[in-house]
Design a protein around this ligand. Structure first.
Ligand code: NAD
Ligand code: UFG
Length: 336
């Protein structure tokens, strides 16, 4: 089966290309490289010793996307393409709503036209909003988001649920990712954020490398065991394998369903820093800083549904995540 990966040159997309190819699927990538480089796909080809077509296009360009479908005839799509910087979305809400939601509309129209009826969507744990109870489970009512980026995920989930209801012969899988970190064990592909990163792990690696002077730990007075926030960090290779399972599931089941992809374990910011320092034998200069507005004290998943229905479970541990993140950063101090 051939699968279109929109945004397939990005961080999660590249790792998913590798796992799909390893599992025997054919892939085709469509990316406008607004947050990635063609080099990531070249490296995925090197790692797998397999070639795949890469189209430089904005998937909102319906004519170009149709031409791709005409030529490549993918039967399924994994829809990674989207803008993802939470902070930026607050200042550029229109760009986020336009890019993320229009891209989904165009993709659906083109898939419908060409009879491709299997779709996996990159959603986020952010759609849960603020919850009193942990772990987060798919049956919880989502309470809304605190930023336009999150709202695009929330809205696209709803659009896809409605679309699925109207088209019961489609298979739509919504994947709610928790906090992806780490890199392929080769160190050849990894996260390559533009400019100064906002997420914790790229900031940890850059602090270890001396590219940023000191990592700020945002708050140590949360109601958690060590006072710093708990998150469900998941190795990107495990996450990528979750997409292979989702595609297998979509091939065999119609309807629209939603799954958490997380480990089920919450680690604190200090636990990340301490583990990173220990396994890599390197210092991460850091200091306690004020809380970051909008951060929840805790967010971790109940991953049981994905285990039961998709037959997927995260296998890598925090040490693997820290080791592989550092391996990638050291081999590619300036990214691709
Ligand atoms: P990324 O920025 O590395 O990858 C997204 C890719 O989409 C990039 O290569 C970008 O160039 C491309 N793109 C964006 N708009 C496009 C358009 N209109 N047409 C064609 N290509 C376009 O991000 P990622 O971390 O790999 O995330 C992939 C998906 O997972 C995103 O939808 C993101 O919102 C979602 N997600 C990511 C995280 C995370 O922490 N990384 C967490 C939850 C959900
Ligand atoms: N943190 C620091 N210092 C930093 C960066 C982060 O202490 O320099 C802390 C944050 O306060 C938070 C934790 O590290 O407690 C993780 O922060 P990230 O920014 O890496 O991740 P978030 O959990 O805030 O957000 C991530 C994704 C979002 C997604 C959300 C929910 O970045 O896209 O998970 O899934 F919406």
């Amino acid at each position: 089966m051939k699968i279109l990966l929109t945004g397939g040159a990005g961080y999660i997309g590249t790792h998913t290309c590798i796992e799909l190819l390893n599992a025997g699927y054919d892939v085709v990538v469509a990316d406008n490289f607004c947050n990635s480089q063609p080099e990531s796909c070249k490296r995925a080809m090197e790692i797998t010793c397999k070639q795949f077509p890469v189209y430089e296009l904005d998937i909102r360009d319906q004519a170009k996307l149709e031409a791709l479908f005409e030529k490549e005839k993918p039967e399924a799509a994994i829809h990674f393409a989207g803008l993802k910087a939470v902070g930026e979305s607050v200042f550029k809400p229109l760009e986020y709503y336009e890019n993320n939601i229009d891209a989904t509309f165009v993709l659906l129209r083109v898939m419908e036209k060409f009879g491709a009826k299997k779709l996996v969507f990159s959603s986020s744990a952010t759609v849960y909003g603020e919850q009193e109870v942990m772990p987060l489970v798919e049956t919880m009512k989502c309470t809304g988001c605190t930023n336009p980026y999150g709202w695009t995920k929330y809205m696209i989930e709803q659009i896809l649920r409605d679309y699925g209801k109207a088209h019961p012969d489609w298979s739509i899988v919504l994947l709610r990712y928790f906090n992806p970190v780490g890199a392929h064990e080769s160190g050849m592909v990894g996260e390559n954020p533009n400019g100064i990163p906002n997420n914790l792990m790229p900031r940890v690696t850059q602090a270890a490398l001396g590219k940023i002077e000191k990592l700020g730990v945002f708050g140590d007075d949360y109601p958690t065991p060590d006072g710093t926030c708990l998150r469900d960090y998941i190795h990107v290779v495990d996450l990528a394998k979750g997409h292979v399972c989702a595609i297998r599931y979509a091939a065999e089941n119609d309807g629209c369903d939603v799954f958490n992809l997380g480990t089920g374990v919450g680690y604190s910011v200090l636990a990340i820093i301490n583990t990173f320092e220990r396994v890599n034998n390197v210092k991460v200069p850091h200091e306690i800083a004020p809380r970051r507005p909008g951060d929840a004290a805790m967010a971790y998943s109940n991953p049981e549904k994905a285990a039961r229905v998709l037959h997927w479970k995260a296998e890598k541990n925090l040490e693997d995540m820290c080791r592989d993140s550092w391996n990638w950063q050291q081999k590619n101090p300036n990214g691709y």
